[in-house]
Write a protein that binds this ligand. Structure first.
Ligand code: APR
Ligand code: ZN
Length: 278
């Protein structure tokens, strides 16, 4: 064949092999895919972990089914469960984790191309990851608008309503106001769609703290070149990890694995410094 991309082969499926590759000139563009598992140690429950996951703890909101709390048609009929949850999850109450500091460190080492996150907790940006490297695929609490007429709603007023457990209503038409979080049945932000082609540039994909059960986000893992090593850092094996020759599966708590990885990279001191000042 022609001068196709030189296969970047990892020498092994362990942290030392991964670190050798990360230090090599072949590894320039690192892409991340994050899920709620990276924020559990910050005190924010994930969705599907048995016992602790949000979806097994919403009984108090008496929903028809747990995901209804993020369904647009349910919200239009009854915004109370979502507002109750929003009060509990509202950004500002939680501190980023050491895993979030690792993401910032990747950026400071000029290795981070894009951090795709499903999380709405804004902990990536709170940890100091540059905004232009973060794609919040499921939106965030940063802005909000009326679900009926689309009229944007004031940020400060929304924050007051959520903190005081009051439902915000559109001054124009009286419709309910919803943060720009992507609900089931809604499209993902254009910024997410436009950034998909960049995945072809990935020299390394690291997937952390996600069950890879929600589309289209989960499909990103299949969009990197077959010559691009993929690393899963998760409590359990998910998606099709293990199906490609350069898949590395590191099972365990992401904070622990990130510490081991940074020790091997010689970044331990810088990582702790960043985290202590977050
Ligand atoms: N370290 C590593 N992995 C962890 C940790 C941890 N400390 N804590 C939890 N996990 C793993 C869980 O084992 C699970 O595989 O993280 C994953 C979390 O999966 P989910 O709870 O399904 O969260 P997520 O994948 O982010 O959900 C995706 O679903 O409801 C929608 O829009 C919502 O963005 C969310 C999407
Ligand atoms: Zn309106």
């Amino acid at each position: 064949g022609g001068q196709g991309k030189k296969p970047k082969v990892l020498s092994g499926k362990d942290i030392p092999s991964l670190v050798k590759y990360m230090k090599s000139k072949d590894c320039k563009n690192v892409f991340l895919m994050l899920g709620a598992g990276v924020s559990t140690s910050a005190g924010i429950p994930d969705f599907r972990s048995p016992e602790t996951g949000l979806y097994s703890n919403l009984a108090r909101l008496n929903l028809p089914h747990p995901e209804a709390v993020f369904e647009i048609n349910f919200f239009r009929r009854n915004p109370v469960p979502f507002y109750t949850l929003a009060h509990e999850l509202y950004p500002g109450k939680f501190r980023p984790t050491i895993t979030h500091s690792f993401i910032r460190l990747l950026s400071e080492k000029s290795l981070l191309h894009t951090c795709f996150t499903q999380n709405i907790d804004t902990l990536e940006r709170r940890a100091g990851v540059p905004d232009d490297k973060i794609i919040e695929a499921h939106g965030s609490f940063a802005t909000q608008r009326c679900v009926d007429c689309g009229e944007p709603y004031d940020d400060e007023k929304m924050k007051e309503h959520i903190l005081e457990k009051k439902i915000a209503k559109c001054p124009e038409c009286g419709g309910y106001v919803k943060p720009d979080i992507v609900f089931f049945g809604e499209g993902l932000p254009p910024q997410f769609i436009q950034s998909l082609p960049n995945l072809r540039k990935a020299d390394l994909l690291i997937v952390m703290g996600t069950s890879l059960t929600v589309q289209p986000f989960a499909s990103l893992a299949g969009m990197v070149d077959t010559t691009c090593p993929r690393v899963l850092i998760n409590l359990d094996r998910v998606g099709d990890f293990g199906s490609r020759s350069d898949d590395v599966v590191l099972l365990g708590k992401c904070d622990d694995i990130v510490r081991d990885l940074c020790k091997e990279l010689g970044w331990e001191e810088e990582l702790n410094e960043l985290w202590e000042t977050t």
